[in-house]
Ligand binder design. Sequence first.
Ligand code: MG
Length: 474
Amino acid sequence: MRVTFLGAAAVVFGAWNTGCVTSAPPSSSPAEDRPPNIVIIFSDDLGYGDLGAYGHPTIVTPHLDRMAAEGQRWTSFYSQAPVCSPSRAALLTGRVHLRSGMFGREQGVFFPDSHYGLPDDEVTLAEVLKDVGYATGIVGKWHLGHQPEYRPMRHGFDSWFGIPYSNDMDRQLPPGVERSEATFNPLSDYWYVPLMRNDEEIERPADQTTLTKRYTEEAVAFIQAHRDEPFFLYVPHSMPHVPLFRSDAFAGRSAAGRYGDVIEEIDWSVGQILHTLEREQLAQNTLVVFSSDNGPWLAYRQHGGSAGLLRDGKGTTWEGGTRVPGIFWWPDTIEPGVVRDIGATTDLFSTVVTLAGGSVPSDRPIDSFDLSPVLFGHESSPRDSMAFYRRGQLFAFRTGPYKAHFITEGAYGSGPERTEHHPPVLFHLGDDPGENHNIATDRPDVVAAVVAAADKHRAAMTVAEPLFDVRGEP
Ligand code: MG
């Protein structure tokens, strides 16, 4: 029987959580001599249903499938937010993004004319790991402020190769090229996106056709350069965020079209990283995590991915907006299996800090749970709830298998329109993961319990000034 934090409400939720692996712990323990290396591979807008290991019928992902088979594949793993910037802030700080001001009442993310970025007084995963002797590198998209004072180098990273914000920003279409034409038949020149090495702009516009390939080469070189010391490598891919680009070697290769090409190149990239770790004899001392910053961008049809049987996608607080693949790989240490407990990208902070022997900051609220006991097969997840925010407002709340929506809205104003629900709409995510059947009328007791849990969460949430809305000339 699992006991939820709701106390009396545990009676309502009962023993829902039986998905945790239960076999004996593996013989080897995490690093006695040296703390483990950490590699976090974070794709952009990749949906829950986009990998072979998560049931996609035509996208071929042997390397990610291998990670899942040899490690843990989580089926209730969430990004903290349904769009890029807040999701990345939560990953790197272990905090709900409202606490750091990484949201807007109007804007969902940072843009090339945004004034702010992740505040200096936030403590990032890179900073904590650097403090305990890790080499730290980011290869990929940052999206937490492009101004010099907000870039990765000011947030604990020793090195950066990548782009400062989304690959569809700085749009500069030539006369006669419509936006939809540019999106579905993209050329790198259509977006004046800079490619950075540390604080230097080295290419503009970035040749997007080779971004995944070059990120991979940089990631491999980083691992090789730091093989004799603990390292943290963060690889936030620019893809499969539209516009979709892939290198020539992958063009036309997938049965799933251009989107499939892009995912299969990311899968190749994952394979290169795993092979490098094995070749350098580092695999047994490295945790590799694969996830996504939010769900698929469905408005782009075949150029957007799939959330599988989950409802809706990026931008929304339906399950398809934030439930994403979560794969953990660490040979001979992680107990292989499928984990159906709740976890979140936000939890990577405390999990990794604990494994690295660092300290989770004690001077501020942290919303991150240490998942390592689950990874080692000893315990079920300490997380039993998830909050779903949009523009700084709590739209929905999950506790145990139940999720209540207080407000619903389609992605990016594409409809359905914003609707407040009194009483909330209620779904049981166990027997209805697609959120199709509202059971609020049948279960007023559960509605009351989830509302109480959401109220408790809201009351404990410290909310900073939203920083996304300040754009353009001051
Ligand atoms: Mg994204």
